[in-house]
Ligand binder design. Structure first.
Ligand code: ZN
Length: 495
């Protein structure tokens, strides 16, 4: 299994620290607004990574945080005349619902920054004690970047260049607090402030932690000092992840993460989809128009390290693609006894520990008479793609080749066993492939029966008894018994 590591700029063989257990942390949302397709891409990319590592037999501890302390949350709360907690809770709930609707696996742990304040304060104090952080004359606490010689290594930035670049007037004018720092690139660990309801006491006065220290602290307390995979969007590489490394490595004298995995952006007309540019489409709006499978295909048919170009045409063609896959499953008999791991992902959260591994999958598939050559070559090609840095673009193309094969197959038994292979391996990538066309509701069905009875009554009054008897017999076949009373009144009941 090869994974591209941003830190080394190359694909490396993935070997977890602790045997089959994988510790993975992904920077979650800052909950001050609705999420857009760019956030959905992050959710889907790391969802597939968790699913595939689980398929390979790894036990993944997938931790994704909620950033519920942030200046943006405070400002939103002031705009809406709410508390920061109310704003954060509302948007965290919305995000959780959307991630579930996108059929993503729930994180094993989802720590909130507000639950780790004492630990953050301890972390900062230890950095001060070790000489890596200092209290400025304003009372804020800063990380002293000059003290960490490796600063800039993840983002491939040279510390001296950063220091000289940051001295330029342009940078200084953007950061009016620079004059209180030892170096303009030093970043805040604790900011003193006086907005009453969103401050916490600390040895340095009432205030709030910086965003970077939140992640470093949650990783330390939920997962440990060194983890296997740290993930997030590409925009987090600098300065957020660089700063996380600086804090954690200086405290623990060991690397924070062995693999740094970053997904690329969703672009709109070559510009990154973002809140600030206002060119975003919310996940809620997408889900109102497209199935979760369509959104998943649209995102995952691209390699996660390449940009995705957003367009309604692209989504429509993904919808057609999903339709093709579903169509090739139409030969499946309804009476297949699907195992829980393939069916229990409708409305309830699925945790990584519930995902099936390869042994379970193959055991299920082998229960259906198989042409072993087809089966093995497909599985090999699928794994080859996914073992090469989670190449979902190629893995999905294998699903489509399999779908073509099903359509061309004339033997019904072979058709069915290939369809089972398709549905199962599509599941490894998180696709449901269930027919999502709307179903007739019970009340509409009731009205339809009344309508048929009404039409039958027209036949009776015009003495077309052949037709009215035909309708009565057909309704009976459907389990609906029609009863004619003496006064030309008709009622019905389910048999
Ligand atoms: Zn983070």
């Amino acid at each position: 299994m090869l994974i591209y590591n941003t830190f080394s700029n190359s694909k490396e063989v993935f070997v977890p620290i602790n045997g089959r257990n994988v510790l993975m942390y992904v920077c979650g949302p800052t909950v001050y607004d609705l999420s857009h397709l760019g956030h959905a891409r992050m959710g889907l990319v790391f969802d597939v990574i968790v699913r595939y590592l689980s398929y390979l037999g790894y036990k993944v501890n997938y931790t994704r945080n909620i950033t519920d302390i942030d200046g943006k949350i405070v400002h939103k709360a002031m705009d809406l005349n709410l508390t920061s907690e109310q704003v954060a809770r509302f948007y965290a709930n919305a995000f959780a619902k959307e991630m579930l609707a996108l059929n993503t696996v729930s994180p094993t742990f989802e720590p909130k920054a507000t639950d780790y304040l004492p630990q953050m304060i301890d972390f900062i104090q230890s950095l001060i004690d070790k000489g890596y952080a200092y209290v400025s004359s304003t009372g804020d606490v800063y990380f002293n970047c000059k003290q960490f010689k490796e600063y800039g290594k993840l983002a491939k930035k040279n510390l001296n260049e950063l220091l000289s670049g940051a001295r330029s007037d342009q940078v200084r004018s953007q950061d009016e607090l620079s004059k209180y720092k030892l170096s303009p690139i030093d970043f805040a660990l604790w900011k003193v402030c006086d907005i009453h309801e969103t401050v916490w006491p600390s040895p340095w006065g009432m205030g709030r932690p910086g965003w970077n220290i939140e992640c470093s602290t949650m990783i330390k307390h939920v997962l440990g000092e060194t983890i296997d995979i740290h993930g997030g969007g590409e925009d987090l590489i600098f300065p957020h992840h660089e700063n996380e490394i600086a804090q954690s490595q200086c405290l623990h004298d060991k690397p924070l993460a062995n693999f740094w995995v970053h997904n690329n952006f969703v672009n709109v007309k070559s510009q990154k989809m973002s809140k600030s540019l206002g060119n975003f489409t919310t996940i809620g709006d997408l889900l109102a128009n497209y199935s979760s499978d369509t959104i998943r295909l649209f995102v995952l048919q691209n390699n996660y390290r390449h940009p995705v170009d957003f367009s309604p045409e692209g989504l429509k063609s993904a919808r057609l693609g999903v339709g093709r896959l579903i169509q090739s499953l139409s030969s499946l008999e309804n009476n297949i006894d699907w195992p829980d791991f393939l069916t229990s992902h409708a409305q309830q959260p699925v945790y990584p520990s519930l995902l099936p591994d390869k042994a379970k999958i193959i055991n299920f598939i082998n229960g259906f008479s198989f042409n072993n050559n087809d089966h093995e070559s497909f599985v090999n090609e699928f794994e080859e793609a996914m073992n090469n840095d989670f190449n979902t673009a190629i893995a999905i193309s294998k699903l489509f080749s399999l779908s073509d094969k099903i359509q061309a197959e004339s033997d019904l038994k072979n058709k069915q066993s290939l369809a089972i292979l398709l549905k199962t391996y599509a599941f490894i990538l998180g696709f449901k492939l269930t027919d999502q066309t709307p179903k007739i509701q019970a009340n509409v069905a009731h009205d339809l029966v009344n309508l048929v009875i009404e039409l039958r009554n027209f036949s009776r009054t015009s003495k077309d008894f052949k037709q009215s008897d035909y309708i009565r017999a057909k309704l009976l076949e459907l389990g609906i018994e029609v009863m004619d009373s003496s006064k030309d009144k008709t009622s019905w009941k389910l048999k």
